[in-house]
Design a protein. Structure first.
Length: 453
């Protein structure tokens, strides 16, 4: 069975590794850019995604480039504590939460795909342009930067081509540009004095202005001793966020470097006794500006033998830190259903080769099962991120006590805070009680089915 993946981001690479682990071997990833570089800043891999990475045999490699946050704490814009909860194994999960540099993590997945599937498994300078859905096959047309085009036939095409997905635009021409929330994000990394216990992810502020930070390297782990890293210092990932003035036009491209000075000024008053926000922003190596955008939930992700996956299917706001984790869950669920349907088909066919129509039907049933598992789940999550997700506690604190409070429980009862945190985890599929108990998404073709690849 030939499987083509468009996009070598976290979703596409995790799909290649998941399918390979499940026993498929004819897998090629086509990526638009001519050179893969470690772009982006920090992302969080939540315990449900770390479980999948562990089952893919990647736990040690990813942990080696990660920090395991032990707590997540919310504060108001005056630095007063609203809510704090343990994270990862400290919260009772069997798997940790991992904070990683997006680019470093992507490069780790690239190396692993090349090691396991072969050097030729990722083809660069190949932009998916159009997909034709045949009766049995998908015909994907790709374009190179110099204008040359080529076509590839496949049994399954996975469009993991990000928020500006070509397949999504083709199937939903009315979809238009991503939907902008009116908020602007500034992302950066900075080496600063360690704060709190050195392993806490913090969020301060409210729906209008916010600052999020978490360590990307533990104390003293930095390479650049002599440049200020070392004991008592941490490399921090941060996101500063602010509603844009009326009339600002949004641009949905990553990696637009901006001058830190006006952002430092916006956060001028945010010098808490546990973290100096303006000094952190001023210490950034580089600041990237990005409009906070997402996409509407879709009525279907499968078109013939093609499916959408990751941000192509469900780009959502970063609150909740779930984008990469949901893409990894998509990848594992897709491989699970494809492997199970192919095994079932082989059992039914017995010793005779399955007829091509039955194979196509089995593949499409698998893609529908993936859609049924993942599409409603991510639509609920998308809806929740639009209502601020777990960060709703910060907006509530602001609405009820904009100038601050003596004790948060005078403003928001403890039960209400707990309820908001629990609801989000259930919807996102990582409540400890459900995650630890749920069955594995590992599925594997038998030896006979693998020969049929
Ligand atoms: C350059 C970049 C930097 C990012 N930085 C951050 C960050 O700092 N923090 C954060 O939380 N999230 C970041 N994200 C988003 C985050 O990676 C995703 O939300 C999440 O990991 C889901 O991944 P994905 O694979 O679905 O999409 P993406 O990570 O967007 O990957 C999509 C991939 O498809 C490729 N592609 C696009 N169009 C085509 C096409 N037509 N044909 C073939 N290939 C195509 C892209 O070049 C990219 O490699 C970034 C994304 C990108 C592309």
């Amino acid at each position: 069975m030939k499987i083509v993946i468009a996009g070598a981001g976290i979703g596409g690479l995790a799909t290649a590794l998941s399918l390979h682990r499940a026993g498929f071997s004819d897998i090629v990833v086509y990526e638009r850019v001519a050179e893969l570089r470690p772009l982006g800043v920090g992302i969080n891999l939540l315990p449900h995604a770390v479980r999948e990475l562990t089952e893919l045999g990647l736990a040690a490699e990813v942990e080696a480039i990660a920090v395991k946050p032990g707590r997540l704490s919310y504060f108001n814009r005056h630095g007063q504590p609203i809510w704090s909860e343990p994270r990862g194994t400290e919260a009772g999960y069997d798997w940790p939460q991992l904070s990683v540099h997006r680019g470093e993590f992507q490069m780790l997945l690239v190396d692993e795909v090349r090691r396991r599937l072969g050097n030729d498994a990722i083809r660069l300078d190949s932009r998916l342009a159009v997909v034709e859905h045949g009766e049995r096959h998908e015909f994907a047309r790709f374009a190179r930067a110099d204008g040359e085009e080529f076509e590839v036939a496949a049994d399954v095409l996975v469009a993991a081509d990000g928020i500006h997905s070509a397949l999504r635009a083709q199937e939903y021409p009315e979809d238009g540009a991503p939907v902008w929330s009116g908020l602007v994000l500034w992302r950066g990394t900075a080496t600063v004095p360690a704060y709190l216990d050195g392993r806490t992810m913090i969020m301060a502020g409210d729906g209008e202005q916010k600052f999020v930070a978490y360590p990307l390297e533990g104390e003293g782990e930095g390479e650049g001793e002599g440049e200020g890293e070392g004991e008592g210092m941490l490399r921090l990932n941060f996101i500063a966020e602010r509603r844009a003035p009326e009339g600002t036009r949004e641009r949905a491209d990553w990696n637009r470097p901006v001058d830190p000075a006006p952002i430092v000024e916006l956060f001028d008053a945010w010098t808490f006794d546990w973290l100096d926000v303006p000094a952190t922003i001023a210490a950034a190596d580089e600041i990237l500006e990005y409009p906070m955008v997402d996409r509407e939930a879709l009525p279907a992700w499968r078109f013939g033998g093609s499916v959408l996956l990751g941000d192509a299917a469900h780009a959502m706001y970063p609150n909740g830190s779930n984008g990469a984790s949901q893409a990894i869950l998509d990848a594992r669920t897709l491989a699970f259903h494809l492997a199970n349907r192919v095994v079932e088909l082989e059992k039914t066919a017995g010793t005779t080769a399955a007829d091509p129509a039955a194979t196509t039907a089995a593949i499409r049933a698998a893609l529908d099962a993936y859609d049924a598992d993942r599409r409603p789940a991510t639509a609920r999550l998308l809806e929740m991120t639009r209502r601020l997700g777990p960060e709703r506690v910060m907006q509530l604190a602001y609405d009820r006590a904009p100038e601050g409070f003596a004790d948060i429980h005078d403003v928001i009862p403890a039960e209400e805070l707990q309820q908001i945190a629990d609801d989000y985890k259930r919807t996102a599929g990582f409540h400890p009680s459900t995650l630890n108990e749920r069955s594995s998404l590992s599925a594997r073709l038998g030896p006979r089915e693998q020969m049929a690849d």
